[in-house]
Design a binder for this molecule. Structure first.
Ligand code: OSB
Ligand code: MG
Length: 412
C-alpha cells in the first residue's frame, strides 16, 4: 500500500501517580503519537522519547526533528508491503531508535489492519507481505533479520509460527517513594490489585533496607529491582547484598552504555543481571550475551528501534536460552497495545512492565483500557491491528502540537 499521509501528535498526559526513578520524578508524561494513513486505513504508533534526555539521549524535540526531517520523507508516498520495507528506508539513520520505532510501529498496525490480522498474530508470523526472500520477513528471517548474529538454521527455527498467546503475564514497576512506609503501602495496594510480580526502583541509599523490608512483608512475592544506572563497579559489595533476597533479576545497575562492567559483576552474583538502557539494537544484545554481561534482557520497543528489532533480539535470546521480558515507558494505550502484542512472542517468559491502564492515567487517549485479569495477566486484543482506537476529543484535549505531511504536499 502507498503511504499517503503521516501525522505527528505531541501530547501530554498527567500521570495518575508521580513516578520516580534514580534519574528523576515525573508528574506528567509527554509523548509523540504517529498516525500513518493509506487506502482509507490509519495505523498508530507511539514514540516513547521523554521530555528530557534522562532515560536515553532522545527527547520529544529530537524525535520530532528526526521524524519530520528524515523519517517521514523516507516513507511518505512509498509503497509498503512489509515492515521491513520501512526498516530498509530508515537504514541511513543512525541512532534515534525511539523516533524510528514510533513510525515503524504505526506501519505494523496499518499492515495488520490491511490484512485483517491482530498485531500479535502478525508478530507471531501470520502470513504477511510478499513471498520470497525479503517478504519472508515476517515469520522467517529474511536477509535483513538474518544480519543479527547470523542465525544459523537452529536460531532461525525458534518460536514461530504457532498459536498466539491470548494473555500475557504482567507485573508492576513501583517508583521511589518519599518514605519506606509509603512504598510499603504502594506495594500493598498493588498486591491487593492482583499483581503477581513487583519491580522496585532502587538507587544508592534506597536499596538493601528497602528490599529487605518488602521481602520480609511478602516472603514469596516474585520481586525484582531496577537501578537505572545509579551504581558503579565500586558498589559491587552493595549489589552482592541483594543476592540474599531471592530476586528474579537486578536491572541495569551500571552506566547506560556499559556492558563491560556488567560482565565483571555478573559472575559475582547468583541473581541474574538484566540489561535495559545498554541494549540499543540487536547488535548490542549479541555483544552483551557474548561477553556474559547479563542473563536476561529487557526489551523495550522504543529503545531498540521498532518491532522488527524486537523480534530479532527475541529470536537471538531464544536461541541462546536467555529469557526476555517487555519493559515499559509509561505508555498510553497505543504503546501499551504494542507491548501486549510483542509480549506474546514465545520467549517473553518473564512478566512484563505492562500494567493496567488505570495504573498510569486517569483518562487515556485511546480505548478500551487494559484491565488486570485475576491471574496477573493482560488480555491480548484479537481484532485487526493493535486493537485500541483513539478518542478524538481526548487526543485534541491532550495535544500540544500537530504536524501533517501528505503526498499532495499539504502541510499544517
Ligand atoms: O527503566 O524500566 C525503566 C519508566 C520510565 C523510564 C524507565 C523505566 C520505567 C519503568 C516503568 O520502569 C515501567 C512501566 O511503564 O510500567
Ligand atoms: Mg529499566
Amino acid at each position: 500500500m502507498k503511504i499517503e499521509r503521516i501525522e505527528l501528535h505531541h501530547i501530554n498526559l498527567p500521570l495518575a501517580h508521580p513516578f520516580e526513578t534514580s534519574f528523576g520524578r515525573e508528574l506528567t508524561r509527554p509523548c509523540i503519537l504517529v498516525a500513518v494513513h493509506a487506502s482509507g486505513l490509519t495505523g498508530w504508533g507511539e514514540c516513547s522519547a521523554g521530555a528530557g534526555p534522562w532515560f536515553s539521549s532522545e527527547t520529544i524535540e529530537t524525535a520530532w526533528h528526526v521524524l519530520r526531517d528524515f523519517l517521514i520523507p523516507a516513507v511518505l508516498g512509498q509503497e509498503v508491503v512489509a515492515p521491513t520495507d520501512v526498516v530498509a528506508r530508515f537504514r541511513r539513520v543512525r541512532g534515534h531508535p525511539m523516533a524510528r520505532a514510533g513510525l515503524e510501529n504505526a506501519v505494523w498496525d496499518l499492515l495488520a489492519q490491511a490484512q485483517g490480522v491482530s498485531l500479535a498474530d502478525m508478530l507471531n508470523g501470520a502470513a504477511v507481505g510478499r513471498p520470497g526472500p525479503t517478504g519472508a520477513a515476517v515469520g522467517r528471517p529474511g536477509p535483513t533479520e538474518a544480519a543479527v548474529g547470523r542465525p544459523g538454521p537452529t536460531e532461525a527455527a525458534v518460536g514461530r509460527p504457532g498459536p498466539t498467546r491470548d494473555r500475557v503475564p504482567v507485573g508492576v514497576s513501583v517508583g521511589i517513594e518519599p518514605a519506606l512506609e509509603v512504598l510499603l503501602d504502594r506495594v500493598d495496594q498493588h498486591v491487593a490489585e492482583g499483581y503477581g510480580r513487583v519491580k522496585l526502583k532502587i538507587k544508592p541509599g534506597w536499596d538493601v533496607d528497602v528490599v529487605r523490608a518488602v521481602r520480609e512483608r511478602w516472603p514469596d512475592l516474585p520481586l525484582q529491582v531496577d537501578a537505572n544506572c545509579a551504581y558503579t563497579l565500586d558498589d559491587a559489595p552493595v549489589l552482592r547484598e541483594l543476592d540474599q533476597f531471592d530476586l528474579l533479576l537486578i536491572e541495569q545497575p551500571f552506566h547506560y552504555d556499559d556492558i563491560v562492567d556488567h560482565a565483571q559483576l555478573q559472575p559475582q552474583l547468583r541473581t541474574p543481571l538484566c540489561l535495559d538502557e545498554s541494549i540499543h539494537s540487536p547488535e548490542h544484545a549479541r555483544w552483551a550475551l557474548d561477553i556474559g554481561a547479563c542473563r536476561v534482557i529487557n526489551i523495550k520497543v522504543g529503545r531498540v528501534g521498532g518491532l522488527t528489532a524486537v523480534r530479532q533480539i527475541h529470536d537471538l535470546c531464544a536461541a541462546r536460552h536467555v529469557p526476555v521480558w517487555c519493559g515499559g515507558m509509561l505508555e498510553t494505550n497505543v504503546g501499551r497495545a504494542t507491548n501486549v502484542a510483542l509480549a506474546t512472542l514465545p520467549n517473553f517468559t518473564l512478566p512484563g512492565d505492562i500494567s493496567a491502564s488505570a495504573r498510569y492515567y486517569r483518562e487515556d487517549i485511546a480505548e478500551p483500557n487494559f484491565v488486570l485479569n485475576d491471574d496477573s495477566t493482560l488480555s491480548v486484543p484479537s481484532g485487526p491491528g493493535r486493537g485500541v482506537r483513539l478518542v478524538p476529543e481526548r487526543l485534541a484535549a491532550a495535544r500540544l502540537r500537530h504536524l501533517a505531511r501528505s503526498v499532495q504536499g499539504g502541510q499544517t
